[in-house]
Design a protein around this ligand. Structure first.
Ligand SMILES: [Zn+2]
Length: 246
């Protein structure tokens, strides 16, 4: 049975928006991510992105200070310029929210909260976060997610129970996050920023979550967030130490 278009659309949109959420499950599986050609064309991705962007701009007030926006957008353009999808028109909106969060929508739309920018101590940290979001676009995660959602539905139809299904999906989404981290760090470095920016940011953020019981970046799934951020930190440390040896 084909998934109703509307449901698929909603699934993709919600998951794309939630790329910033940590994914913490580890299912034993030899099921690999499919790297075949994209199932969503550039045109479809851009069109989908327009709708998501309109929706987000309805949900949030935007920070309009021109100087603040210029500084952030300069970082975005420098990082996007060195990515494999530098033909995409990347934009960045600053959301008037004191939570610490970042996410992206298809087609090159990036959103950073005011709280995140206040928490960041250096441009290198912001560049690391922006790199992560640009990497979601250049790694074509929206298209892969579309494929993942279709696979999940087909497994459900084959009678695989929903808990196993969710574990598999989460496991692959965690891979997306780690890939976006390392690819994003490489972009930040190519753009002239310190590649440790994202790692510094995540470590300080984790520290705040642990000591103040705060929820912030990537923490919607609550109590498991420490585990997820820790796993990203460890993955990043390995990657950066390999970079330093090159
Ligand atoms: Zn992400």
């Amino acid at each position: 049975m084909a998934l109703p278009k509307r449901l698929l659309y909603i699934s993709i949109v919600s998951a794309a928006i939630c790329f910033a959420i940590e994914w913490h499950c580890n299912a034993d599986s030899d099921w690999q991510l499919d790297d075949s050609s994209p199932v969503i064309s550039d045109e479809e991705e851009i069109e989908l992105g327009k709708h998501v962007d309109e929706y987000i701009r309805h949900l949030f007030y935007l920070e309009n200070d021109p100087e603040f926006n210029e500084v952030v957008n300069n970082i975005v353009q420098r990082v996007a310029a060195v990515s494999e999808r530098n033909t995409l028109h990347f934009t960045c909106a600053i959301l008037q929210s004191l939570t610490i969060n970042a996410f992206s929508a298809p087609g090159g739309h990036i959103y950073l909260t005011y709280g995140l920018l206040k928490f960041a101590q250096t441009e290198d940290e912001v560049a690391g976060i922006v790199g992560h979001e640009v990497a979601h676009a250049s790694l074509r995660h929206v298209s892969k997610l579309y494929h993942e959602v279709s696979e999940t539905i087909s497994r459900h139809e084959k009678g695989i129970d929903s808990a196993t299904n969710l574990l598999l999906l989460n496991d692959h989404l965690e891979e997306f996050e780690q890939d976006a981290d390392t690819t994003g760090v490489s972009y930040a470095q190519k753009a002239g920023f310190n590649p440790k920016g994202l790692l510094d940011f995540l470590e300080r953020h984790l520290n705040v979550i642990i000591h103040k019981g705060m929820f912030g970046m990537f923490s919607i799934s609550g109590s498991n967030s420490n585990f997820a951020i820790n796993s990203r930190i460890n993955h990043l440390k390995e990657y950066i130490s390999a970079l330093e040896k090159e």
